[in-house]
Design a protein around this ligand. Structure first.
Ligand SMILES: C[S@@+](CC[C@H](N)C(=O)[O-])C[C@H]1O[C@@H](n2cnc3c(N)ncnc32)[C@H](O)[C@@H]1O
Length: 202
């Protein structure tokens, strides 16, 4: 499905970064290394690289990687991008100053395992940034399928699921927010998202 979605010339979620992600990058003036799981066509990766971060990304879509590298070339930055299941990649042995999960909705059977591993790879004091559709978004998606997001409630975020999967983080922000998404052709309209910023303890 994802390769099909990314096969067209257009960028499915646009080429500008997610607004929440951009705000944190700008405000916190992050430096060092950043991990971007499920990074798709690279809009966030390229923005972070343009702001001086060393970006490592992964996804299951080869087309996503191709589009991301094309965008990086166009914007004259370098990013590291691996394709495959997380635990098979060399990135799973990395160590990062920060990580960001932007609309990273993993299948329910692996999501918690992936989340815990991502948490482990962040250095003490490092930041974790999350924006993802919340359980409350499901009703909005039914009313307007163009808004996007998974149809499976078990793939959606809640404040409880964040607290459960990321216990080793000091919560700097955790809330469900109403947003009007305008991200390419596939995230359009009234949405409910969970936003999280956590600082790794230890
Ligand atoms: C809604 S898109 C978000 C892409 C990107 N983070 C963004 O904000 O533009 C969800 C992404 O999750 C990826 N994905 C789904 N299952 C995955 C898995 N098991 N491992 C890695 N990526 C996965 C898809 O290929 C897709 O690129």
């Amino acid at each position: 499905m994802w390769d099909d979605r990314y096969a067209s010339e257009d960028y499915a979620y646009g080429t500008t970064p997610n607004i929440f992600f951009k705000t944190i990058i700008d405000q916190e003036r992050l430096t060092g290394s950043l991990l971007l799981p499920a990074e798709g066509e690279g809009r966030n990766a390229v923005y972070a690289a343009k702001n001086g971060l060393q970006v490592s990304a992964f996804d299951i879509s080869n087309e996503g990687k191709n589009k991301a590298l094309k965008l990086a070339e166009r914007e004259k930055v370098g990013i590291h991008y691996e394709v495959g299941e997380f635990f098979d990649l060399s990135l799973v042995n990395g160590n990062f100053d920060a990580a960001a999960l932007i609309f990273a909705h993993f299948p329910p059977n692996i999501a918690s395992k992936y989340h815990r591993k991502i948490a482990e790879l962040i250095k003490p004091g490092g930041l974790l940034i999350i924006e993802g559709f919340s359980v409350g978004h499901l009703a909005l998606r039914k009313a307007n399928p163009k808004v996007g997001g998974p149809g499976n409630v078990d793939m959606l975020y809640s404040e409880d699921s964040i607290r459960r999967d990321f216990p080793g983080f000091e919560v700097m922000q955790l809330e469900e927010v109403n947003v009007d998404l305008k991200e390419g052709n596939f995230h359009n309209g009234a949405s409910k998202v969970i936003r999280f910023i956590g600082k790794k303890i230890g």
